[in-house]
Ligand binder design. Structure first.
Ligand code: MF3
Ligand code: CO
Ligand code: CO
Length: 258
């Protein structure tokens, strides 16, 4: 499918969906504590989306995914399935990935939560992954290319002796969850799709402490690092404006744009 250009009216709807997704992350933060299960976090997010936001949980039943949020703890890279058996420890790091549908449009965002006693090296991995996202967002504007985005992420991750996951990527987003283009988190500058005003997509780098390789668990969803080392991911939904970028999933704790 060609890459769609959204009208100002469509972007206004995506702004609302994006804000709702961000608000779920803001809402859930105080609950992300040692002793809670990822299933409890899922239930809280589900009920908030449905009862308070009157939004549709996009992941629930998406291609058979059984829950509302993805909760990816420590060496889980992405698509962790919330479970009553997965109880957070004070040393854990966890990514919560939230996608809502409102008025037919999708908003998709994720962040890392580092629990109180998360080791220094884990916090550093999370911080560098977030910097990768922010550096990529900062270069988005008409005329920039997807290869520029991938490259800046790859350079920052590898410059910190981490690796970038290859098998999963960012994506166009709008009235569908995963639209074209694919937004790779590695690449060569000056290559790939030229960005235009009205394009909407996610950037969601997955950065591994060890090697880039992934392993899909038998549940068909959970993606882990093959070497068992930690992984971190941050995600925003954004749109290309006439002279730069608008982040549609900004949280109040963030100071965007840069
Ligand atoms: N939110 C994820 C993304 O960033 C996709 C999750 S699909 C699911 O694209 F089925 F695992 F929920
Ligand atoms: Co996404
Ligand atoms: Co997501």
């Amino acid at each position: 499918m060609p890459v769609s250009i959204k009208s100002p009216e469509e972007i206004a709807k995506m702004r609302i969906a994006g804000r709702l997704a961000a608000e779920v992350l803001e809402m859930i933060e105080p609950y992300v504590q040692p002793g809670i299960s990822t299933l409890e976090l899922d239930t809280i997010c589900h009920d908030y989306m449905v009862d308070v936001q009157k939004a549709i949980p996009a992941c629930l039943n998406y291609r058979g995914f059984p829950k509302t949020i993805c909760a990816s703890v420590n060496h889980v890279i992405c698509h962790g399935i919330p479970s009553a058996n997965k109880i957070l420890k004070n040393s854990d790091i966890v990514n919560l990935d939230i996608t809502v549908i409102k008025d037919g449009y999708y908003g998709d965002t994720s962040k890392m939560f580092c629990l109180d006693k998360a080791p220094e090296h884990a916090q550093r991995l999370s911080k560098v992954a977030q910097e990768c996202l922010y550096k990529a967002i900062a270069i988005v504007k008409p005329g920039a290319r997807l290869g520029d985005i991938g490259h800046i992420i790859q350079v920052h991750a590898e410059g910190n002796h981490y690796s970038v996951v290859r098998e999963y990527c960012g994506h166009g987003i709008g009235t569908e969850f995963h639209e074209d283009p694919q937004v790779l988190h590695y690449g060569k500058p000056g290559t790939g799709l030229v960005l235009e005003e009205g394009m909407t997509f996610t950037i969601e780098p997955m950065v591994n402490a060890g090697k880039q390789h992934t392993k899909l668990k038998k549940d068909g969803w959970t993606v882990e690092t093959r070497d068992g080392r930690l992984s971190a991911q941050w995600e925003h939904t954004l749109c290309v404006t006439s002279d730069g970028v608008e982040v549609l999933t900004t949280r109040n704790e963030e100071s965007l744009p840069f």
